[in-house]
Write a protein that binds this ligand. Sequence first.
Ligand SMILES: *Cc1c(COP(=O)(O)O)cnc(C)c1O
Length: 401
Amino acid sequence: MTEWIALEEQLYLRVAKRVPRVLVRGEGCRVWDDQGRRYLDFVGGWAVDALGHCPPPVVQALHEQAQRLIQVSNQFYTIPQLELARMLVEHSPCDRVFFANSGAEANEAAVKLARKWGKRHRHGAYAVISTLGGFHGRTLAMVAATGKPQYQEPYTPLPAGFVNVAWNDIEAIKRATTDDTVAVLLEPIQGEAGVNVPDEGYLRAVRAWCDEQNLLLILDEVQTGVGRCGRLWGHQLFGVEPDIMTLAKGLGGGVPIGAVLAKERAAAFEPGDHGSTFGGNPLACAAALAVLREVLARDLPAQVERMGQYFSARLRELQARWPEIVEVRGRGLLVAIEFDQELAQRVLEAALERGLLVNAVKPTALRFMPPLIVTETEIDEAVGILDAALAAARTGARPSS
Ligand SMILES: *Cc1c(COP(=O)(O)O)cnc(C)c1O
């Protein structure tokens, strides 16, 4: 293991602090490292591994598709892509699809679509309002949309036309709206900011404002989509529909794919306006089709709702035992606990020692994004490990490596 870690230090551009484990295998909600140690995975590839690790339906779909056709240019029609488009449109409020390879790329395409629409329908309006703490990806334009100064400052000047306003504050959106505004871009629940669920009524108020002002509402469902929050789409929790929505993370069940979905009224692209070499290639689409079929056939959103309630209830029991936990929040299987102090890294390390992977989304919060197929037994095991990890972390006793 240490040799691999040394190699990374020598070879990589340093963009991420990693957890010192080399993972070599996965199955369901478990992964194994190169020392043969087993972990319960409540990071789930950052809400990507919707069906768990190496889910048989995805493995089989990849295997079959890889033997048939892996990639052709998007000048041609391919059946997995068309079938996936049909399935997404049938099961969403949107009418048209564009395929990309990641969340950031999907959001870029969504903003380009909104700008094109603004040229046609809103006197050339181009500016996008997004929220502080929101996360939309790491390309230059999405860094401008992502309201996090630490992600923006190293890269100025950023592309113009993005305004970041307070989250969960409809008046802030109203104040920021000008003749140049074309769209509001939001996550239904802020994920990377620490799982921030908006107040009841916020998204409905934003929707009403967009309708009144003739703005597009772009919902970034990269993290909240595909069942994660106990509905197929996060926006269903809040009784609103987007004009444009973006997907990635869970859609491919671990295979890179992103998608932009748009209602007919927002579908302003014309041939030549946008494109992608790999976006929607048959292999990725076969994986996403297998994921969506499984999510729908097993009604995983309903199961996620039940398991999410169970998990949150168990975390509230922990909260009753440990006064350091000041809040349990989230929806479905996108959940966080907030501490009254910077405990997240210590709890992460203590949990790691005991065989549980978690995400320290902030110095004061842990985020949990287990596969959508997680069971009660696995949740119990995770909560048991967290309990022990909290006991270890709060005494300040550092586990031996
Ligand atoms: C992860 C994430 C992105 C970025 O996705 P990438 O695939 O890493 O580009 C965008 N928006 C949200 C809400 C995300 O959680």
